[in-house]
Design a binder for this molecule. Structure first.
Ligand code: DON
Length: 309
């Protein structure tokens, strides 16, 4: 299918202005930095598989990537240890509980179930092939850069805010260590996981990441084959099952695209073989997903008839 870039730009602009002032939701408050980001920010970007960018709103505003980083680290772990080990050690199922649920972990003997919840994401960090903590971090950061084609950087401010408040995640890391499901030093893993959540990204960069997954791992901006094409369906399956946490089923039912959210207010969605979509606005619903970003992506998907099912 071919998309007319002029019509697409006008659709992106229309959809963005339709929802940029919609009320509802609240900024994440358990991370102090996120509580202080302006709630009125909003952006929408679509990137086609040929690299065409259509963007509206605050599309150059860098926001905290948060849980969307879990997708990049999953890609790296798949490259490093392969899909069988990821499935065996982490799992590939929805938890049916919140993204930071201790109960979900305990119900399964310390096995996290999914690389896209906090426990599984830390287990994923621990599978990355690295000689020490800095090497682990640099390889994860490199993957974020390669997937976006951007110069993704750690925000010291976000990182400081998270590292000084991430006690719940530290507890999860120790629980997994006790249960033998953590493949590296738990506090170093939690440190790197917290850093990977604390990088800044724009919707343009995030839509390029989504478009790279839409193009079976080939970045449309740089032309780089970032990961093996046959790993992409597994990543998209995870995003379908757990990308929007406990509302992933409703999202699949109504929108029909694999997506991943972050508590910074960003969401990316992938239309395989076609395009990537990214939207951002800080106020979140009760599941931790941006209210406006969900609405914007849902309308783009509906108007372009992207529903996979
Ligand atoms: O670990 C945390 O709680 C955050 N750094 C990221 C959580 C997150 O983005 C959940 N997504 N909606």
């Amino acid at each position: 299918m071919r998309f007319d870039p002029v019509k697409l730009q006008s659709l992106v602009k229309d959809v963005h202005s339709r929802y940029k002032e919609v009320s509802g939701g609240n900024n994440a408050s358990y991370i102090p930095y996120l509580a202080d980001v302006s709630s009125t920010l909003s952006a929408l970007t679509v990137v086609l598989s040929d690299g065409t960018v259509c963007a509206a709103g605050d599309c150059q505003y860098p926001f905290a990537i948060e849980s969307i980083s879990k997708v990049a680290t999953l890609a790296l772990a798949l490259e490093d240890v392969g899909p069988e080990e990821v499935q065996q050690k982490i799992g590939a199922d929805p938890t049916g509980l919140a993204f930071n649920s201790v109960m979900a972990l305990e119900l399964h003997g310390g096995k996290p179930q999914s690389p896209l919840v906090n426990a599984g994401a830390m287990a994923t960090v621990s599978l990355v092939d690295a000689k020490d903590v800095e090497h682990r971090w640099q390889r994860i950061l490199r993957m974020q850069c390669d997937l976006t084609g951007g110069d993704i950087k750690l925000s010291d401010e976000v990182n400081q805010s998270e590292q000084t408040t991430n006690f719940h995640n530290r507890a999860i890391a120790w629980l997994m260590y006790a249960d033998g499901t953590m493949s590296a030093d738990p506090m170093q893993v939690c440190d790197v996981y917290t850093r990977q959540c604390s990088t800044l990204i724009t919707t343009v960069e995030l839509a390029i990441m989504a478009a790279t997954l839409a193009a079976r791992g080939r970045n449309p901006k740089t032309g780089m084959q970032v990961l093996k094409g046959h790993h992409v369906p597994r990543i998209l399956a995870e995003m379908t099952m757990e990308g929007l946490y406990d509302s992933s089923g409703d999202w699949a039912y109504t929108v029909g695209l694999p997506a991943k959210s972050g508590v910074g207010g960003g969401i990316m969605a992938v239309a395989p073989g076609k395009l990537g979509i990214a939207a951002f606005s800080p106020p979140l619903d009760g599941f931790g997903n941006s209210v406006r970003a969900q609405k914007m992506i849902a309308d783009v998907a509906a108007e372009l008839r992207l529903n996979l099912y």
